[in-house]
Write a protein that binds this ligand. Structure first.
Ligand code: ADE
Ligand code: ZN
Length: 335
């Protein structure tokens, strides 16, 4: 089996995927037309050409502009179905989808509209592809903690349909400590908790996310490598990092994929996973992230299998749900 086929055959979980970041320009334009929304670009080609980012903020400005095309329940459904179709082709057996309610409710789209559309797609993906999924609601960290509490209140009637919360958007200047009370409340409500940390922000933000927000996984976390004691801690406490290699290169966290520290973190014993973040903006879905990272860092099949195993182990499913995927993974050769 060639490496490409091997990677796609690995049963894997995607744990870091912003559903709004899977909005391809073709769908963005079709939805904008259907909904009478004016986009800041003239054409699909001009949109793609604008995807030349210098840092996280330069991406977020475009990402929020593109999300304005999403209005109706059907739009959120179609968006998520397109993602699941791609994920299935890449061997994803389980996906934990981030969504940003504030990006939509601030534009007058009801919380329920977003949730209904995404959930309907999750149900269809289970039936059509056998992909299981969970929804993780992210708070935008450039907004206030009070705005986060308002969002949690809007989510209250639907918490049985939301598995966890996350923290995303502009990292620098918005440390995890800003959201300590909000995350404590979410934990009290029985929600799983994760946070973006150490993407652009310093290793101290990862420490804060662990100590103050008590997160179960760190999204990105690549800047942990600057703090040897933290690397040792992440390995010892088996904290998974949801690393997104193509995203990191597109947002200039690393100059080239060959410079990425994923293998260094893996070698240090950290539970590293590979994910796509915002695949429509960063040039590849999860399979492409595995393939290009394997080539750039010369990852062996055993290492790729380890990374897929990490993703299944770090997912928020029960052991009973996980067991058949691990059994399937174990049948795959790694030499
Ligand atoms: N929202 C969508 N993608 C993001 C990323 N990579 N970092 C922070 N917030 C995001
Ligand atoms: Zn992200």
């Amino acid at each position: 089996m060639d490496l490409d086929s091997y990677i796609r055959a690995l049963p894997k979980a995607e744990l870091h995927l912003h559903i709004e970041g899977s909005l391809e320009p073709e769908m963005m334009f079709a939805l904008a037309q259907r909904n009478g929304v004016t986009l800041p670009w003239d054409s699909i080609e001009a949109t793609r050409a604008a995807y030349d980012f210098s840092d996280l903020q330069s991406f977020l400005d475009l990402y929020y502009a593109g999300a304005a095309a999403l209005i109706h329940e059907q739009d959120f459904h179609d968006l998520a179905m397109a993602y699941f179709t791609r994920a299935h082709a890449d061997g994803v057996v389980h996906a934990e989808l981030f969504f940003d309610p504030q990006t939509h409710t601030e534009r007058g789209v009801a919380f329920e509209t977003v949730l209904d559309g995404l959930e309907r797609a999750c149900n269809t993906a289970q039936l059509r592809f056998g992909i299981s999924s969970r929804l993780i609601m992210c708070f935008l960290r450039h907004l206030s903690e009070d705005a986060g509490f308002d969002t949690l209140e809007q989510a209250q009637p639907y918490l049985g349909r939301i598995h966890g919360v996350g923290l995303d958007s502009s990292e620098k200047g918005h440390p995890p400590s800003k959201f300590m009370r909000l995350f404590a409340r979410c934990r009290e409500l029985g929600l799983h908790v994760v946070a973006h940390a150490g993407e652009e922000g310093p290793p101290a933000y990862i420490v804060e996310a662990l100590d103050l927000l008590k997160v179960e996984r760190i999204d990105h976390g690549v800047r942990a490598a600057e703090d040897p004691a933290l690397v040792e801690r992440l390995a010892r406490e088996r904290i998974a990092l949801t690393v997104c290699p193509l995203s990191n290169v597109k947002l200039c966290v690393f100059d080239r994929l060959q410079d990425h520290n994923l293998k260094q973190l893996l070698d240090a014993g950290i539970k590293v996973t590979i994910n796509s973040d915002d695949p429509a903006y960063f040039g590849g879905y999860i399979g492409q992230n595995y393939v290009e990272t394997a080539a750039a860092l010369q990852l062996s099949r055993a290492e790729l299998k380890r990374i897929a195993r990490n993703s299944l182990e770090a997912s928020f499913v029960s052991d009973a749900e996980r067991a058949p995927w691990l059994m399937r993974l174990d049948t795959m050769a790694d030499d």
